[in-house]
Ligand binder design. Structure first.
Ligand SMILES: Cc1cc2nc3c(=O)[nH]c(=O)nc-3n(C[C@H](O)[C@H](O)[C@H](O)COP(=O)(O)OP(=O)(O)OC[C@H]3O[C@@H](n4cnc5c(N)ncnc54)[C@H](O)[C@@H]3O)c2cc1C
Length: 600
């Protein structure tokens, strides 16, 4: 059924509106076409990437390029590209699943893939003129050409608009002359085209340009960087020295570059989250396989509770990441479809569709990049000393995972963005936070109900808990906004705490809704372990919300206000019936052990 504007939540609205499980998309909803795409990506990964892991680790950049060409032949580079520019024109969910399943072999390849298909191509499909799209996109979609994205400079990282690269109009008005130094540029070593951001005169905002990579046009590269991980991802500095760029290669309008850069990053962020999923599945699989083989004290280590706990948590976080990523991806896809039905071009619709869910994109980037890191870390721990060895896959997985917390906006920046954007949306009236925040305040003043609800229906208590966690956010963030107003963003530690609460709410809610939907169609018996994962994720989320809520309350509120909020925090994070956490973890771990792989 086609989604309508009324059916789908606006970005950030998850916090104040209840979502029915029937209204969310889950990986179990993949169409036949999507299943086929998924299988073909897995098969490609198994054939081309995973067996060559040692070569990637030995910094074989040529192999990365060769595999990128092969990915082009398979059509993977063109999934998100509209058909009129040589692409497959598949929806947002399909592009997410390609990023997801292509990611597990090595972070080197998935970075090359992401930099090309995301930030290297999207600025043109989203902002290019018809001529620019006709000229460049088919080549990028087929893998004949590769793209790279030059935003970062030695002095301009998180503060991306502060770059010193300049673009000066030539005397004859036909070219811009670009001068400057870009740093950390993925795919620089083999790309044919750069998206370059530079400043014209004293403009407040930078401008985007499409720059063909021609060494005879004043473009030189630094040496390959020696990196902790993603070793076969080409990362070099790029120097522009009087590089001539035809005026028609300006992207969008003068001064619009910062907006382009940020919107490209929004898309990049959710796709990066997807690109941290299959690594978690594979690490969990490798972990359980080792744990069932490895014996200590005459017992397979998988029998030990300490190891079972790790396997259960690893699987749970991967499952939660899938749940939230595909939920948001479908929201974006539906929003794009609605906008197109309203007469927007594909380009405008996609831009607005993704922008609408920028909060969710930041949430996912942070949550899933941190989950893949802890998954790889526990993977090493399961392998013990062998985990520390280059001979086993965990070592590289751990090093590769680390970058995801840094690029596409660091996790600190994304944490602040998620809360900052939400507050801005509230101020613009796009999401009503004030009404619900006042209602929570009133509730705190009132007498709590001592009625004991009927919790016999599956997830009734968990869903009530999610509602209560939302109240914690509204209570803490609402009071902080009231106290500091727009200056809240200067109180970064509060922003971080609020963001941690927001992230846990979205992830936990998505996990519960996915499972509830699947219980309805497949039956409770078949979803026993998924139910355990949803409950375990929520339990952990509640603990995090408690900690971050407390941190906020004791830091900015005092006196009676602090007392009232502390009581509220206690009330809103209290289970009527605590789950048996050990039992939940054992249920999940036993399933992973029985299947000898991540199997959800
Ligand atoms: C392997 C790799 C590949 C990359 N690929 C590309 C690419 O293809 N194209 C490209 O343009 N860039 C790329 N980057 C750059 C990447 O996006 C930046 O490294 C990132 O944005 C952070 O910038 P920075 O390194 O200058 O760190 P800084 O901005 O100096 O940040 C350092 C620390 O300070 C924190 N910080 C900074 N500002 C604030 C603030 N206002 N409030 C609180 N904390 C703050 C950060 O979160 C971080 O913890 C890549 C980087 C790496 C390592």
């Amino acid at each position: 059924m086609e989604a309508t504007e009324k059916d789908i939540l606006r970005g950030g609205q998850f916090l104040v509106k209840e979502t029915s499980c029937d209204d969310i998309f889950t990986p179990e909803d993949f169409s036949e076409e999507q299943q086929m795409m998924k299988e073909s990506v897995i098969e490609f990964n198994d054939r081309e990437i995973i067996p060559n892991k040692a070569r990637f680790e030995a910094k074989d950049y040529a192999l990365t390029e060769e595999c990128m060409r092969k990915a082009g032949e398979m059509g993977f580079l063109s999934v998100a590209v509209p058909e009129e520019y040589g692409g497959m024109g598949m929806g947002f969910v399909s592009t997410m699943l390609v990023c997801d399943y292509i990611s597990s072999g090595t972070g080197s390849f998935s970075t090359a893939f992401g930099a090309h298909t995301g930030i290297g191509t999207m600025p043109i499909t989203l902002y290019g003129t018809e001529e620019q799209k006709q000229k460049y996109v088919p080549k990028l979609a087929s893998g004949e050409w590769f793209g790279a994205y030059c935003l970062t400079e030695p002095g301009a990282g998180s503060d991306a608009n502060s770059g010193k690269t300049t673009a000066k109009l030539s005397d004859d008005g036909k070219h811009y002359i670009i001068n400057g130094q870009k740093m950390w540029i993925s795919n620089a070593g083999f790309c044919n085209l750069f998206i370059v951001f530079a400043r014209i005169e004293d403009d407040k905002y930078i401008t985007g340009f499409i720059v063909e990579n021609n060494p005879e046009n004043g473009i030189t590269l630094g040496e390959e960087e020696h990196k902790l991980g993603i070793r076969a991802s080409s990362t070099r500095q790029v120097f522009f020295n009087d590089t001539k760029v035809p005026v028609e290669n300006m992207l969008s309008e003068r001064g619009n570059g910062f907006k382009i850069a940020m919107n490209a990053l929004n898309v990049g962020r959710i796709k990066l989250a997807a690109a941290c999923l299959d690594s978690q599945r594979r690490i969990t699989t490798t972990g359980v396989q080792y744990a069932t083989e490895r014996k200590q004290f005459k017992t397979p280590i998988a029998e030990f509770g300490a190891i079972k706990s790790k396997l259960a948590e690893m699987a749970t976080n991967a499952y939660a990441g899938e749940s939230a990523c595909y939920r948001a991806a479908k929201n974006i896809e539906d929003r794009i479809a609605i906008r197109m039905a309203q007469g927007n071009s594909h380009q405008e619709a996609e831009l607005k569709g993704v922008e609408e869910y920028a909060i969710e994109c930041s949430i996912l980037k942070v949550a899933v990049s941190e989950d893949v890191q802890s998954c790889a870390d526990e993977g090493i721990q399961i392998f013990g000393g062998m985990g520390f060895s280059e001979e086993t896959p965990m070592e590289a997985a751990w090093r590769d995972a680390r970058i995801a917390r840094i690029y596409e906006g660091t996790n600190e920046i994304n944490r602040m963005l998620s809360v900052g954007m939400l507050v801005k949306k509230a101020m613009k009236g796009h999401v009503d936070l004030l009404g619900p925040a006042m209602a929570v305040k009133d509730e705190l003043m009132g007498i709590p109900s001592f009625d004991m609800p009927d919790y016999s229906v599956l997830f009734s208590e968990e869903k009530e808990m999610i509602t209560k966690l939302k109240k914690v956010f509204l209570m803490v963030a609402g009071a902080a906004v009231q106290k500091y107003g727009p200056d809240l963003e200067k109180h970064q530690q509060l922003m971080m705490a609020a963001s941690n609460i927001l992230i846990e709410i979205y992830m936990a809610e998505s996990t519960i809704l996915r499972t509830e939907k699947n219980v309805k169609r497949f039956g409770e018996d078949k979803q026993k372990e998924q139910i355990a994962m949803a409950k375990l994720y929520l339990f952990n989320a509640v603990e995090l919300v408690k900690k971050n809520g407390l941190e906020g309350i004791v830091s900015f509120a005092d006196g009676d206000e602090q007392k009232a909020m502390l009581m509220g925090l206690k009330r809103f994070t209290k289970y009527a019936n605590y789950p048996n956490v050990v039992e939940l973890r054992n249920t999940i771990a036993e399933k992973v052990k029985a299947e000898n792989k991540y199997c959800f």
